[in-house]
Ligand binder design. Structure first.
Ligand code: SF4
Ligand code: SF4
Length: 230
């Protein structure tokens, strides 16, 4: 197999004498010299991302703004009805099921140790909720799968760390992050009933363009598709 060597185009004599390449480069620099700077000098300058930004996760707590199905999910999963300020997580693991890297989650629940006849007998609480964000792709699918709007993504993007261990966030840390985010920017992210605002959803209802593109490109025949022309 022959190898074709590709090198830089040799300069002409005129280009060499008059430094034409240098002048071209300088022209580009001067052209951009007076334009508005769009980069920031991180970490000395920081930007505030839009509320739809998919940054570090958080776990929301019960604050009276849960969706209408919240109580029925709590009953269905046999979870102790949470008090205000306690986590909305019902340990259903839908977030983990939706995640392309499910092993980054460690979600566990335990039955309450109460005697028979106690109102909470036979009910569970979520006990462990760890997320290893070093494996996260920040796709946001977990937030869309959560039936209680518990898991959210915030505007925190600085994940730099000296240890891998610090990327594993537990339920207390995730709860603190969500509480802080909701207090700071909740109004931008959620409506007056604290439900997701339409423009903050990962797949907003009005975003039909992508759906149409997919319809258009859907294969008619293939190993994994039925013959739709039949
Ligand atoms: S953002 Fe995506 S990759 Fe990260 S935890 Fe959620 S579903 Fe998994
Ligand atoms: S989907 Fe929501 S409620 Fe279910 S385990 Fe995940 S965070 Fe908890």
């Amino acid at each position: 197999m022959g190898i074709k060597k590709v090198g830089a185009k040799p300069q002409t004599l005129v280009e060499k004498i008059f430094f034409l390449d240098f002048i071209k480069g300088l022209k580009t620099t001067i052209k951009h010299l007076w334009k508005k700077v769009i980069t920031v000098d991180f970490p000395y300058e920081v930007v505030t991302p839009p509320p739809r930004f998919r940054g570090v996760h958080g776990l929301r707590t019960v604050d009276g703004t849960e969706n209408p199905e919240f109580d029925s999910w709590v009953k269905r999963l046999k979870i102790k009805p949470p008090e205000p300020g306690e986590t909305r997580c019902i340990a259903c693991k839908f977030c983990q099921a939706a995640c392309p890297v499910p092993e980054l989650f460690d979600i566990q629940s335990e039955k309450l140790d109460v005697p028979e006849g106690h109102p909470h007998y036979g009910l569970k609480v979520m006990t462990v909720f760890n997320m290893d964000l070093s494996k996260c792709t920040f796709c946001g699918l977990c937030t869309q799968a959560c039936p209680t709007d518990c898991i959210i993504m915030t505007d925190i993007y600085d994940l730099s760390s000296y240890t891998r261990r610090s990327w594993v966030l537990d339920k207390d840390m995730l709860t603190q992050i969500a509480n802080d985010f909701v207090a700071r920017r909740g109004k931008e992210k959620f409506d007056e009933k604290s439900q997701w605002r339409e423009d903050q959803k990962l797949w907003p209802e009005y975003d039909r363009t992508r759906e149409k593109l997919w319809d258009f490109n859907m294969p008619k025949l293939g190993l994994n598709y039925h013959d739709q022309t039949a």
